[in-house]
Write a protein that binds this ligand. Structure first.
Ligand SMILES: *[C@@H]1O[C@H](CO)[C@@H](O)[C@H](O)[C@H]1NC(C)=O
Ligand SMILES: *[C@@H]1O[C@H](CO)[C@@H](O)[C@H](O)[C@H]1NC(C)=O
Ligand SMILES: *[C@@H]1O[C@H](CO)[C@@H](O)[C@H](O)[C@H]1NC(C)=O
Ligand SMILES: *[C@@H]1O[C@H](CO)[C@@H](O)[C@H](O)[C@H]1NC(C)=O
Length: 295
């Protein structure tokens, strides 16, 4: 089911919203050295060889976060960048030469997995806002995965995606909706898409029912209130229970294009093979938090 912008769904059953499970809105007191030490709401280990603050910067009072929550909190815009050195090497494992990535992973009391077990039960709502970094543009010939919940099998409960989806063989031709922000479900079906217009915040919330396995997407721009842009959609391929729980990432994760000179058996291994131009690129984030939804 594909639903385009500004489709207002009458949510007949009003869901009462309760407590905040996790708040990733970066306070003005947080510093880049906190980022380097993974102190605060984010685990910052998924990145290239430099310090976390080489890739992720906090913009202080110089930059305006989404106006949606400015009456509630004073937060800093978070700037995520990738460079050609943004090759993540998972502990003792093969470098991810196919990707360029900088990820922020939600954590509580210094633990991402403990937080997942707390916030990924019942019904919970994941909030995030993104804005283009016009000085460090993305390359829309590539696929980018920019917000997702990743269980240990590497799938995504849902994801926010940009660009031209990875395909083998690759083409440098842009997908018609390459410059659209796309919310996809666990099976990568498109639930909602909207143009990634410049110079404004794009606000999202995705409500996840962890037991009934459904998703509902909410969206707005700037300071406008979030509205439901899909109905409650089934997400049946996601797993129930702890196998379905995973880390909540805000990421600049750039997939490669296929390099036809590499062995055919490796060409679909996007984490380790393929073409990257090595460009420096960026995105802005704010308004990240997770709420419990009482039903
Ligand atoms: C963090 O610690 C507090 C106090 O012990 C506890 O209530 C909370 O559930 C913990 N959160 C996580 C994510 O472990
Ligand atoms: C974007 O990626 C394509 C595919 O690799 C490449 O041909 C093109 O030169 C890149 N553009 C920039 C500006 O790096
Ligand atoms: C979950 O599904 C059950 C059975 O279909 C239904 O009664 C219940 O209302 C659903 N819960 C939510 C939150 O939609
Ligand atoms: C990017 O890094 C890769 C891997 O280290 C290297 O092979 C490649 O030459 C670099 N590209 C540029 C443009 O620096």
């Amino acid at each position: 089911m594909v639903l385009f912008t500004a489709l207002l769904i009458n949510t007949a059953i009003a869901l009462a919203t309760a407590s905040l499970y996790w708040d990733g809105r970066v306070p003005q007191t947080m510093t880049e050295s906190d980022l380097d030490s993974s102190i605060g709401p984010y685990l910052t280990v998924v990145k290239g060889s430099e310090d976390a603050s080489h890739y992720t910067t906090l913009l202080g009072t110089d930059s305006t976060p989404t106006p949606l929550w400015s009456s509630v909190v004073s937060e800093q815009v978070v700037s995520l960048t990738i460079t050609n050195s943004s090759i993540f090497v998972p502990g003792g494992s093969t470098p991810q030469n196919g990707f360029r990535r900088t990820d922020l992973i939600a954590q509580g009391n210094g633990s991402n997995s403990a937080l997942d077990a707390i916030m990924e039960v019942g019904v919970s709502k994941f909030y995030f806002s993104v804005q283009e970094n016009e000085h460090l543009p993305l390359n829309y010939s590539h696929e980018y995965q920019i917000v997702f919940i990743e269980p240990s099998d590497g799938t995504h409960v849902f994801e926010l995606q940009l660009g031209t989806p990875f395909s083998n063989p690759s083409t440098t031709e842009l997908a018609a909706d390459a410059r659209f922000l796309k919310v996809r479900d666990h099976a990568l079906n498109l639930l909602f898409e909207t143009p990634f217009t410049a110079g404004q915040w794009h606000n999202f919330a995705v409500q996840v029912d962890w037991k009934n396995l459904t998703l509902q997407v909410f969206y707005s721009t700037g300071g406008a209130e979030l509205v439901a842009v899909t109905s409650v959609a089934p997400n049946p391929t996601a797993a129930i229970g702890s196998a379905g729980q995973g880390d909540f990432h805000a990421a600049l994760l750039k997939l490669p294009l296929v390099d036809p000179s590499e062995p055919a058996t490796e060409q679909n291994d996007v984490a380790h093979y393929g073409i990257q131009e090595g460009t420096t690129e960026g995105l802005f984030y704010s308004g990240l938090f997770v709420e419990q939804v009482l039903v």
